[in-house]
Design a protein around this ligand. Sequence first.
Ligand code: HEM
Length: 437
Amino acid sequence: MLELHDIQSGVLRPRPTPYVATYIAFRIDDRKAGRELIRRIAGVVTSADKPTSPLADTWVSVALTYQGFKALGVPQESLDSFSWEFRQGMSARAHDLGDTAQSAPENWEKPLGSGEIHVILVAVSPDEEHLEAALDRAREAYSEMTGIEAIWRQNCHALPSETEPFGFKDGISHPAIEGSGIPGTNSKEQPLKAGEFVLGYPDEMGGTQKTVPEVLGRNGTYVVFRKLHQRVADFRRYIKENSNGLEDEELTAAKMMGRWRSGAPLALCPVHDDPALGADPKRNNDFLFQEDDPVGLKTPGGSHIRRCNPRDAKIAGVARIHKMIRRGTAYGPLLPEGVLDDDGEDRGLIFAFVGAHLGRQFEFVQSQWVNDGVFFGSGTDKDPIIGSNGETGGFTLPRKPVRKRFQVIPNFVVTRGGEYCFMPSLSALKWLSEFDT
Ligand code: HEM
């Protein structure tokens, strides 16, 4: 069984929607103050076994970057026991992640990727009023401290419809995890070993990740935050210009995603949308690909969901070792229905990955499945929704008698920045606030 009482609640449990959330990033200029900040935050972090939060309706999670551990004075031996990708940081990994051109770190929103972000606090509440009341109390806790600076804040939200800015229902597919007591969303998939998502437990490859000292890593996990700007007007125009009429537009959009906007999967309703199916958590993720749709006549191999989780489809490699927990939260105002011109507003997704293997989970999916097509026999095609496409990207729609080919897909998503973090257990937070060097 997972030690749920020691794991931060944000790791395993998605919050019920609707909600508002905020990310606050801190820089630590003084290690003693940094440890005191961790001690104070630890007092309001909820563990995964608790149905209630110490801050009434507001739920707080906290994560640190590699630079953050260094700023706290964590010994080198301990720093070296974290994964290589984490120690490098996201901006150093930009090339492999496809963060080039407008998505390159030199164009990121400051201070993301600059090395100055040490601690990220995430607070989630049912509404603005609760969130601000909780943050006022938090501000009292850190504002009188010298040696700590809040240097970045990002507000975001999950709508009751759970739609992201392109208009698709998000937050549907989640992996089942052994020993978590939290059911998965696909009855046809075997639960994954806990070590895929939490350090200190056996994983699918038979290994168990440990840090020095063990308490620092056990029951913690890696978290990737990415601020992804979405060019909603460009997406709408592209769909319109490459379809024949309204009905075909919806089908084109669905083929690129692998689901209708309602969330209903093409795998289960390939011809028409079925909003009741999209809204039904018992049915909307209950499918595989291989037996029913080996060549992607229903769900194209190149669609976003089939790329990011090919399930049982025949691909080069083994899909099970590249799974992830996702938390996507929208930011910015919605582009009003029907508008096809950009209004200059910044809108998109704060994408969050949770998993114990940055390299073979997040980085592998982003570089091999999102930004390449070789794994399912589609050359250098990229994900039509989130790939770093630009001039070269294409997308094939398997069809009978002839396939349809979409050429020159623009970049619909631009990376505005991000960080690789580690979300420690509650006992590791205590260790971090108390150790002495
Ligand atoms: C702005 C960027 C993005 C948008 C708009 C987006 C949107 C969506 C939507 C609408 C779904 C289907 C609903 C669901 O299953 O929850 C989905 C699924 C998924 N996305 Fe994304 N996504 C984005 C970025 C990413 C990134 C960066 C990754 C990973 C590198 C990713 C990985 C996944 C995975 C693993 C699934 C579940 C696939 C499945 O199990 O069927 N997404 N995404």
